[in-house]
Design a protein around this ligand. Structure first.
Ligand SMILES: Nc1ncnc2c1ncn2[C@@H]1O[C@H](COP(=O)(O)OP(=O)(O)OP(=O)(O)O)[C@@H](O)[C@H]1O
Length: 179
């Protein structure tokens, strides 16, 4: 948590090496992330950005896009539907992704990241486009899902209620940007 512009998104982007720091080190399991293959790293430490990225095609196309260049087998439709349910997305896999609402697109991007089964999930304001009731249920489901799969969840949120309810550790960012 922290005020707008305090560097929350920047921190998440550093953690999966989308950007590099001017100085300092970032270690994952005692290994410098700068020595790791960036593609492999981002499979293990996966980020969903503040504005969801949606590709042309169906909901299913969007859910499996991460498997396109992977040697791993894509998830079954049943698995896709289960993760959609976790994210409260009651939609047909064949439906066009572009027609979804902003909040639905946010949940589709979340479902896509969850299906990739990363070790660490970095979520940048995952509930910002959701109404309070939907946000409560989706976040509870996502937290339960990550605990069940023994994943680490790092989330940026402006929602104090969600932070109090779900977070084991709170980090409050101050504005360190150069003035
Ligand atoms: N690569 C970069 N180099 C220099 N400054 C940057 C870079 N990326 C972001 N910034 C600046 O760092 C500051 C923090 O940006 P960031 O997006 O991390 O904020 P935030 O805490 O996520 O804000 P918000 O809550 O509004 O999303 C901003 O002033 C931004 O302009």
């Amino acid at each position: 948590m922290g005020p707008s512009g305090s560097g929350k998104s920047t921190l998440l982007k550093l953690l999966n090496h989308l950007i590099s720091p001017d100085s300092g080190q970032l270690l994952y399991k005692e290994q410098s992330i700068f020595e790791m293959d960036p593609i492999q790293l981002r499979r293990r430490i996966m980020m969903t950005p503040q504005t969801p990225v949606i590709f042309e095609g169906s909901i299913k196309d969007n859910l499996i896009v991460g498997y396109a260049f992977s040697k791993e087998e894509a998830p079954s439709e049943q698995e896709m539907n289960e993760v959609m349910q976790t994210c409260l997305l009651k939609k047909d896999l064949a439906e066009k992704a572009d027609n979804l609402s902003g909040g639905e697109k946010q949940r589709l991007a979340l479902a896509r990241a969850m299906l990739m089964k990363p070790d660490v999930l970095l979520l940048d304001e995952p509930s910002s486009a959701l109404d309070e009731d939907t946000a409560d249920i989706v976040m509870k489901n996502v937290v339960d899902h990550t605990k069940h799969h023994r994943q680490t969840l790092i989330m940026v949120t402006h929602d104090k209620k969600i932070a109090n309810q779900f977070c084991e550790n709170d980090i409050n960012m101050k504005d360190y940007s150069l003035k």
